[in-house]
Design a protein around this ligand. Structure first.
Ligand code: URP
Ligand code: ZN
Ligand code: ZN
Ligand code: ZN
Length: 508
């Protein structure tokens, strides 16, 4: 029978394509270096029924139990990608990777959970939520939802409450760009920030000044610059810096935490660093493309090649990426996402002759863990424990699902990767597991390879073979009031008291 288990070449079953692969519910990982965000040690890990039940040396098991030798390798929490767009309708297209294909690829790259952005339907959060529940039905990996807010009225405000209290969503994204579609103005942003604060939900911003981008686009078209390079030229770093600063100041005025997604420039990063230095709760998320690529590709005469790199905010000039890496290493930025949002060459071709029509987005879900390892750990910029923190643990803490996710601790979900630092990886659209036909990291060779991925206690990636089951992925509800909200009420009380305090006057 042709059915849901058959539509990907890399889904294997025991006895024919419509049977899920056999599941070993008990697994022992022996002799590896187990890494958490604050500690690493050589020890064993024993899993049963999707949960970590023991982390200690010299665990003995019977012959019937699957044993994986991890000697000389790192045993780490599976990656959590805080920023993806699967099966998203955007700019007149729908992303080519859906929840199944995007997740399967992610698992092959060592990511075991992602958080996707629910886009409202005609502004309706509940309709958007229902649509995404449907899209996510064939998930083979655990996932959670953020939600975008694209208009404001009483229903949206009430729906936000329902999403937080009943649907397991604890974060809302506001787009300061995409004028005419997703963009919100400052008044809406303020309403949203206040509502987020009252619900203990984290406000997220896409920080580019959409009105100024619109102006920049007109300027480029007038100059006759219609190719993919016009995309970057029309929305320079200053517009990202301005919007980042504005969002940070407004979040500070409301006194609620802020999460800045896809930090692509030094300009935006420095605004975040400044705010954090003053004690404001701002989280900055660089994405892999912004960390390791530069904008030279956008000038390539081959439209299809150049267009594959078009995303917003744009990939910046060389120098921004290395600065973002440094900021990540020093803790000025906190975690790494991908903004995975893939369109194939045919879809990108909608923008031939007018860069404004190129659907925005690049790949990354499958490559993130390898590229961050290669660029940050193998290069010596960060420790292995910091690697776990920025690829997994910090995301779990921010979205309030730690230590169920983001840790190798007794009781945590059995989402684990085994990385061999002495092996290597190579990226190509010929071997990646996406549906899309291009890869912005084509030809990248690097150190360190994820040899085994275990998701929900199931070995889904081993010996370069993917064994995934549609429907095996669980929806992870994320409760409000993460650690970022601790003490916010005290700061509010102090502020109110200051308004009523007598004015101190000079005595002379
Ligand atoms: O180009 C991008 N980033 N596409 C996805 C939508 C967004 O702004 O995150
Ligand atoms: Zn079949
Ligand atoms: Zn965005
Ligand atoms: Zn995005």
């Amino acid at each position: 029978a042709s059915n849901e288990f058959c539509d990907a070449a890399f889904v294997y079953g025991d006895s024919g394509c419509n049977v899920p692969p056999s599941v070993s519910s008990k697994i022992l990982i022996k002799g590896g270096t187990v890494v958490n965000a604050h500690h690493k040690e050589v020890t064993d890990v024993y899993l049963e029924d999707g949960i970590i039940v023991a982390v200690q040396p010299n665990i003995k098991v019977g012959d019937d139990i699957k044993v994986i030798d991890a000697t000389g390798k790192f045993v780490m929490p599976g990656g959590i990608d805080p920023h993806t767009h699967l099966a998203m309708e955007f700019m007149g297209s729908e992303t080519i990777d859906d929840f199944f294909s995007g997740q399967a690829a992610a698992l092959a790259g060592g990511t075991t959970m992602h958080i996707d952005f629910v886009i409202p339907v005609n502004g309706s959060l509940s309709a958007g939520y229902e649509a995404y529940v449907e899209k996510a039905k064939r998930s083979c990996m655990d996932y959670g939802f953020h939600m975008a807010i694209t208009k404001w009225d009483e229903t949206v405000s009430e729906d936000m409450e329902i999403m937080v209290k009943e649907k397991g969503i604890n974060s809302f994204k506001f787009f300061l760009a995409y004028k005419g579609s997703f963009m919100v103005n400052d008044e809406l942003l303020m309403e949203g920030l206040k509502k987020c604060k009252s619900l203990g939900a984290l406000a997220m911003v896409h920080a580019e000044n959409g009105d100024a981008v619109f102006e920049g686009q007109k300027r480029m078209i007038k100059l006759g610059i219609t190719g993919p390079e016009g995309h970057a030229l029309s929305r320079p770093p200053v517009l990202e810096g301005e919007a980042t600063a504005r969002a940070i100041r407004l979040a500070g005025f409301v006194n609620t935490p802020l999460y800045v997604v896809h930090v692509m420039s030094i300009d935006a990063m420095e605004e975040i660093a400044r705010a954090r230095k003053s004690g404001q709760r701002v989280v900055g998320e660089p994405v892999v493309s912004g960390l390791v690529l530069n904008d030279s590709v956008l000038w390539d005469p081959d439209f299809h090649f150049a267009a594959s790199y078009v995303m917003s905010p744009p990939i910046r000039a060389a120098g921004h990426g290395t600065a973002l890496q440094g900021a990540l290493a020093m803790g000025l930025l906190q975690l790494v996402g991908t903004d995975h949002c893939t369109f194939n060459s045919t879809q990108k071709a909608l923008g031939i002759g007018d860069f404004r029509k190129i659907p925005n987005g690049v790949n990354g879900m499958e490559e993130r863990m390898h590229l961050v390892w290669d660029t940050m750990v193998a290069s010596g910029q960060i420790s292995v424990t910091d690697y776990v923190r920025i690829t997994s643990t910090e995301c779990a803490r921010i979205f309030n699902i730690y230590p169920r996710k983001g840790a190798i601790l007794v009781g945590s979900d059995a989402d684990i990767i085994i990385l061999n630092p002495n092996s290597s990886f190579e990226i190509s659209s010929k071997s990646h597991h996406y549906r899309t036909d291009t890869n912005v990291y084509e030809g990248w060779r690097g150190k360190g390879k994820v040899e085994v991925t275990i998701a929900g206690g199931r070995i889904v990636w081993e010996n370069d073979e993917l064994k995934v089951v549609p429907g095996a992925g669980k929806y992870i509800e994320m409760p409000p009031f993460s650690y970022l909200f601790d003490g916010i009420d005290k700061a509010d009380a102090k502020y109110l008291a200051s308004l009523r305090a007598p004015v101190k006057r000079s005595t002379t």
